[in-house]
Write a protein that binds this ligand. Structure first.
Ligand code: BDP
Length: 714
């Protein structure tokens, strides 16, 4: 407890040494600025009492202390005698008093990690009760209570009952053992493997606090392009040190498994999942992991994709591979997250491969296997239709994989608030076994009645002082946790909460800052990949536009494969007259996209090769619409710059300036995307960029000649 207090205090010292560095994330707990609200809260909260004990209760109490101290600018102490205007925190199991304040129906209505926050009366005294079925639920309840104070919530009639909609809410770190982060744009890995297990960086604790505050309950420490060495005793000792640090915060540790580890570490001749020596090796290895980390979460596996080894190397399939690991993990309560992001060099449309490989395997996976599916069929593009596997494997729990690190969305330079994009997928209507629902209902397990469910976000975290490189990148990390907890939360609500905690709760600040955030994703889609264009970025490093690129080692690594621009038009025909990828969706969805005249603009070039003079729903020709969208994307960034400038009075100097500089780079890069893409596509359309728009200042040759051998993250 003492150590925790010391470490948490460090969090605050750090921020004062560095000014407003962004290090404190959304856990700043600055004094509430509205004087009336503040004095009301001071009256309503005069003491608190935690029943029960244990390390999770200790950290929850600690958070309550520092949260109240910061927000109310006053030290509130624990007082075991329940006074009016106090907060009572605990599970019914830990206290008869708590038990007397909640009915069994109430407490049964929340899941094991859920919580209740309500205003109640004890002997006629007004008390706020935070209760749950578990200590973890208590911790989540405390964080939520502190969030309510920052939202200016009236405390007189609280009646909150909240449970997570998805069970596994995990970050996937693509972090290598040498601390290089694949597709990481915020410095090197926060895991200081070299000095672990002896040195516990303050960051680990603050990382755990931040995650617990948004309900994240798992972290996959290592890259999906895995290194078997992390499974060796030397590293398992380091993994155990991290697991011990995260445990009080309700966070389990997971690792990535390199499928060929039995050969590399175990010196076996094969990694064939049906080979008994291989099965034995994994069983022993997994028991060994549990001897270091008794509550180890399980394994995330990328197999037979982009050169990674897998069961197909031995003519086995994904079920053989996943079930072998699942059998070894099951006795310990561990799970397998088997990724569906697979594609190899095949003559057919890459869009179709994951579905073709996985759908026939539905129903064959062991109970502790989840198949982790990226939000869209290609690869984290600025906009993708939802992955056709959602709804197509009713007998298998499917996990959502979102990417928080902005590999295809301007790295850590561009301000892009992702929830509108996440929600577009989560709220998409689909069918499972003929039952209507949304993608969110598939992944939360409700549509097909699965008992395990999950959502993963590929982390955008590194060792930069503000964690994510761009302070607004923190909002995507925040949003991932909040949406995994409750996918019905609106983007607007998430933006508001995050702004209140990260910057200021001033209404005029929030109004404008929220607009910047909510418009940012559509702006990016417009200046990068409007109308359903996709995968037209620079080769390898994925920085900047390169729609002309055609020298990739494989056809499906080239932008030209995806946009298919020619003298007639542009776009990938995935209807029945083309690759027919559309047939992987339920008939209702097919209907929505199949007709070129009614297909929504946003997805047009995902599914159709449309003529340059194709009449769009707006009445414009496709070429005119393309020019309009690219220009409107640039205009939006300029509007964001103006809006941000208008917020100077509300934001500390450091963060104000950082965001201003980054927006200025974003504007330049938006112009670059617009001009390079329009010039290139114009070489096919042979149509003029309407005179009303800014004309490209450089030539296509200029853009083609740009090269970035040291672009980050590659
Ligand atoms: C791609 C990334 C690559 C990842 C891969 C994956 O470019 O670095 O390894 O996804 O998800 O988008 O496995």
């Amino acid at each position: 407890m003492k150590r925790i207090l010391l470490l948490v205090t460090g969090f605050f010292l750090l921020s004062s040494v560095f000014g407003e560095s962004g290090y404190r994330l959304w856990l700043r707990y600055e004094p509430i600025s509205n004087a009336t609200l503040l004095s009301g809260y001071k009256k309503a909260i005069t003491s608190f009492h935690f029943t029960g004990n244990g390390e999770t209760i200790d950290v929850a109490k600690q958070e309550m202390i520092i949260g109240l101290k910061g927000l109310l600018n006053k030290t509130i102490s624990e007082d075991k005698s329940i006074k009016p205007n106090s907060i009572l925190v605990g599970t019914p199991a830990s206290s008869a008093l708590v038990a007397s304040l909640v009915s069994s129906t109430e407490i049964e209505s929340i899941r094991s990690e859920g919580f209740i926050i309500k205003t109640t009366l004890i002997n006629g005294k007004l008390v706020i009760l935070v209760t749950a079925n578990s200590d973890k639920g208590i911790l989540y309840g405390v964080f939520h209570f502190l969030r309510l104070l920052q939202a200016g919530q009236n405390l007189n009639r609280l009646a909150i009952n909240s449970s997570p909609k998805t069970g596994l809410r995990v970050l996937n770190h693509w972090d290598n053992l040498n601390r290089y982060v694949e597709r990481g744009y915020a410095g090197i890995s926060i895991w200081d493997w070299h000095r672990l297990p002896g040195y516990i960086d303050q960051r680990y604790i603050d990382y755990a606090r931040a995650n617990a505050s948004i309900g994240i309950n798992g972290t996959v420490l290592t890259n999906v392009n895995a290194n078997a060495m992390v499974l060796s005793p030397t590293y398992l000792e380091k993994v155990a040190a991290l697991a011990n640090t995260f445990r009080p915060y309700g966070i389990k540790v997971y690792l990535t498994a390199r499928f060929s580890a039995p050969i590399e570490l175990g010196k076996l001749k094969t990694a064939d999942p049906l080979d008994t020596a291989v099965q034995r090796w994994w069983k022993d290895k997994i028991s060994e992991i549990y001897s270091y980390v008794p509550d180890f979460g399980g394994l995330l596996v990328k197999a037979n994709s982009e050169g990674q080894p897998g069961p197909q190397n031995y003519n086995r399939n994904h079920v053989d591979g996943a079930n072998m690991l699942a059998d070894a993990l099951a006795p310990h309560g561990g799970i397998v997250m088997w990724r569906a992001f697979v594609y190899s060099e095949i003559p057919d449309d890459r869009f179709k491969q994951a579905y073709n490989e996985f759908k026939p395997l539905d129903g064959q996976f062991k109970k502790n296997v989840l198949v982790q599916v990226k939000n869209g069929p290609i690869d984290f593009q600025p906009r993708e239709p939802f992955h056709p596997l959602f709804g197509a494997m009713p007998k298998t729990p499917l996990m959502m994989e979102f990417q928080l690190t902005q590999e295809y969305l301007g790295f850590a330079t561009h301000l892009v608030f992702m929830p509108p994009m996440f929600k577009e997928v989560l709220d998409a209507k689909t069918f499972s076994n003929g039952k209507p629902g949304t993608v969110a209902n598939v992944i939360d397990g409700s549509l097909d009645d699965h008992s395990i469910s999950g959502m993963a976000g590929v982390a955008n975290i590194g060792n930069e002082i503000n964690w994510t490189g761009h302070v607004f990148g923190q909002a995507n990390w925040y949003a991932m946790g909040r949406l995994a907890w409750d996918h019905t939360l609106s983007s607007e609500r998430i933006a508001t909460e995050w702004l209140q905690q990260t910057f200021s709760s001033s209404n005029s600040f929030i109004k404008t800052a929220k607009q910047i955030m909510l418009n940012s994703h559509e702006a990016l889609v417009n200046y990068m990949t409007p109308l359903g264009l996709h995968h037209i970025m620079g080769y390898g490093h994925h920085y900047g536009p390169a729609p002309w690129y055609d020298k990739g080692a494989r056809p499906d690594w080239n932008p030209v494969y995806f946009h298919k621009a020619d003298a007639e038009g542009i776009g990938y025909n995935r209807t029945s007259t083309g690759s027919n990828a559309l047939a992987q969706y339920p008939p209702e969805i097919q209907k929505k996209y199949a007709d070129i005249n009614t297909c929504p603009d946003a997805y047009l070039l995902w599914f159709h090769h449309a003529a340059w003079d194709h009449k769009m729903q707006s009445g414009n020709t496709l070429w005119e619409e393309l020019c309009l969208r690219y220009n409107s994307g640039v205009d939006s960034v300029r509007a964001m710059q103006k809006q941000w400038s208008s917020l100077k009075q509300y934001v500390d100097g450091d963060r104000f300036k950082q965001v201003r500089m980054l927006l200025s780079i974003q504007e330049k890069e938006a112009v670059w995307w617009r001009d390079a893409c329009l010039l290139y596509f114009q070489s096919f359309s042979k149509m003029a960029i309407p005179a009303k728009y800014e004309q490209p200042a450089k030539t296509l040759e200029y853009y083609k000649a740009l090269s970035f051998p040291y672009a980050p993250g590659n």
